[in-house]
Design a binder for this molecule. Structure first.
Ligand code: GLN
Length: 486
C-alpha cells in the first residue's frame, strides 16, 4: 500500500477499499519508525482530524480526485497548526497564523497534511546538510545526501513516508533532490504557482512545485497548486489548466534538443551513460535528437550566486528579533540585539549569502556585480529562446554526479555551488523544468544511487513536459523501483 502512486490511492479511496484515516495512519506509523530525518514536524491529531473530514466528504459524494490523499509540505510553506521553520533556528518555534496559498489550495481539495519536511535552511543548499534540524538521509543509501534544498521532500517520497510532497526550486531544489532520490518532480514556469506563504529566499527565482513518484501524479498535484493569486504580485493570470488531461502526448516527431554544454567535462560517466540511454529510449518512441548549444551555461553559476544572495540579503532582513522568531536572550541595546539574534539564529551558509548579497548590492559594487549579473541573466534566457527555435523540448542531466557521501562537501561551499550547473539557468530564465528517474550510477560501495533526466520546456509548457515524461514512464520502469527494505 505505502508504495502506491497517488493515482492508485485515489482509485482505492473512491472505491472505498481504504479510508483517508487508514491511509493517514499508515503513513504516520511509517514516519514514526523512519530514521531518515525527513520530517521537522508531525502532529498526528491534526492529520487525523483532516483525514476524518476527508472521509466525511467522500461519504457525502463531495470528493475531488485528491480528497483523502496524503501529502507533506516542505517546511518553507507556512501552515496553520504545524510550525513553520524553514530549516532554521531563527524560526524554530514559529507558528504561522495562516496557510500558504498552496497549502490552502490542497486543503480545499481535501488533501490531508502529514506534516512538514526538512530542508536546507531558507532553501539554501544542494545537500540538505544546511538544516538546523540536521541532515536528511538518502533512502537509497543512508550514507548519501538526498540532495537539496527539498531533500526532506524527495527522501520522504523515495522512502515511502508520503506518496507526494511539495518542494520549492530557486536554482534546482525540486529537480536535484528528485534526481538524487529517484523520484519525479517539476518546477513550473515562474509565476505559475503562488509564492504567498512560501518563506522567501530569492523572490525572482523561487517557485513551488510537486514531488511524487510519477509524472502523472505530479500532473494531478500541479493542477491543484497552479493558478492566479492576487496576494502574489508576480503570480500570472492564466485560465486554470488540468495538467492531468495532457499527460497523453505522443512522442512521434518530437525534437529533443541536447545541449552540448551539458555533456562536457565534469559530467560523471555513470550519469552520462544513464542519460544517453534515456535519450535512446525517446528515439525508440519516435523522437529525434537535435544538437543544440546553451553557450552561457557556465555563467549561470556566478550569475545565480550574485542574484540569489542579493535577494536573500534583502528578504532575510525581516528576521531581526522583533517581528518573527528567535530573539537573543541577552543584549545591551538595539544594535546588539540585532547582531546577537542574527548571529545565533542563522547558520553558516545563510550568513555567507547575506554577506555576499549585501556586498554585491553595496555602493561601488552594485554596477560591477549585480547589474552585470542581471544583464547576463537576460542573455541566458535568450539562449533558451534561440534553442527552442530548433527543438520542442531540451533534455540532459539534472546533476553532474549521483548523490555524494554525507559530509563529503560540507566544508567546501564552492563544490556544492558547482553541482548546480545544469539546473540554475532554467531558474534564471524562469522556465519550467522537470526531473524523472532514468537509471542508476555507482555512488557508494553499499548501494546504487539514482540518476535523474532533466526535461526543460518553454514558458507555460508544463503540460507538454508532463506528457513527455509520462510517455517515458509508460515505456520504462525506473519510477517503480524502490530502495531496499521499502
Ligand atoms: N542549490 C541552490 C542553492 O543553494 C539552489 C537552492 C534552491 O533551489 N532552493 O541556492
Amino acid at each position: 500500500m505505502h508504495t502506491k502512486t497517488l493515482k492508485q490511492l485515489s482509485a482505492l479511496l473512491r472505491d472505498k477499499k481504504i479510508s483517508a484515516t487508514e491511509l493517514a495512519q499508515l503513513y504516520l506509523t511509517r514516519i514514526g519508525q523512519s530514521d531518515l530525518n525527513a520530517f521537522t514536524s508531525i502532529d498526528a491529531a491534526l492529520t487525523l482530524e483532516q483525514a476524518r473530514a476527508a472521509d466525511d466528504r467522500i461519504a457525502k459524494g463531495l470528493a475531488t480526485e485528491l480528497t483523502g490523499l496524503p501529502i507533506a509540505h516542505k517546511d518553507i510553506f507556512v501552515t496553520e497548526g504545524w510550525r513553520s521553520t524553514a530549516g532554521s533556528r531563527m524560526l524554530e518555534n514559529y507558528s504561522s497564523p495562516f496557510d500558504a496559498t498552496v497549502v490552502e489550495q490542497f486543503r480545499k481539495a481535501g488533501i490531508v497534511t502529514l506534516g512538514k519536511l526538512n530542508c536546507d535552511e531558507f532553501a539554501m543548499g544542494s545537500s540538505n546538510e544546511n538544516s538546523y534540524f540536521g541532515p536528511v538521509k538518502n533512502p537509497w543509501d543512508k550514507t548519501a545526501v538526498p540532495g537539496g534544498s527539498s531533500g526532506g521532500s524527495a527522501a520522504a517520497v523515495a522512502g515511502a513516508l508520503t506518496p507526494a510532497a511539495t518542494g520549492t526550486d530557486t536554482g534546482g531544489s525540486i529537480r536535484q533532490p528528485a534526481a538524487l532520490c529517484g523520484v519525479s518532480g517539476i518546477k513550473p514556469t515562474y509565476g505559475r504557482v503562488s509564492r504567498f506563504g512560501m518563506i522567501a529566499f530569492a523572490s525572482s527565482l523561487d517557485q513551488g512545485g510537486p514531488i511524487a513518484r510519477t509524472a502523472e501524479d505530479c500532473a494531478m498535484l500541479l493542477s491543484a497548486m497552479a493558478g492566479f493569486d492576487e496576494r502574489d504580485s508576480t503570480s500570472i493570470e492564466r485560465p486554470p489548466e488540468d495538467f492531468s488531461l495532457a499527460v497523453q502526448n505522443d512522442i512521434k516527431g518530437l525534437k529533443i534538443g541536447v545541449p552540448r554544454e551539458y555533456f562536457g567535462k565534469g559530467l560523471a560517466t555513470d550519469v552520462e551513460a544513464a542519460i544517453r540511454e534515456a535519450l535512446r529510449e525517446y528515439e525508440k518512441l519516435g523522437a529525434t535528437l537535435v544538437d543544440i548549444s546553451l553557450p552561457k551555461t557556465e555563467l549561470s553559476i556566478p550569475v545565480y550566486y550574485v542574484i540569489a544572495p542579493a535577494e536573500a540579503s534583502s528578504n532575510l532582513s525581516r528576521f531581526d528579533g522583533v517581528r518573527y522568531g528567535h530573539r537573543a536572550a541577552e543584549y545591551t541595546d538595539l544594535s546588539d540585539m540585532y547582531r546577537k539574534t542574527r548571529s545565533e539564529g542563522f547558520g553558516d551558509e545563510v550568513k555567507r549569502r547575506i554577506l555576499v548579497g549585501a556586498y554585491v548590492l553595496s555602493h561601488g559594487y552594485y554596477d560591477a556585480y549585480y547589474v552585470q549579473a542581471q544583464k547576463i541573466r537576460r542573455l541566458i534566457a535568450e539562449d533558451f529562446q534561440q534553442a527552442f527555435k530548433q527543438c520542442d523540448v531540451i533534455m540532459g542531466p539534472v546533476a553532474p554526479t549521483v548523490a555524494w557521501d554525507l559530509g563529503s562537501k560540507v566544508n567546501d561551499p564552492l563544490a556544492n555551488y558547482l553541482a548546480d550547473i545544469f539546473t540554475l539557468s532554467t531558474s534564471l530564465a524562469g522556465l519550467p523544468g522537470m526531473s524523472i528517474p532514468c537509471g542508476f550510477g555507482q555512488g557508494g560501495k553499499n548501494a546504487q544511487r539514482p540518476v535523474g533526466l532533466q526535461l526543460i520546456g518553454n514558458y507555460f509548457e508544463e503540460a507538454k513536459l508532463l506528457g513527455i515524461a509520462h510517455q517515458f514512464q509508460l515505456a520504462t520502469d525506473w519510477h517503480t523501483r524502490h530502495p531496499a527494505g521499502i
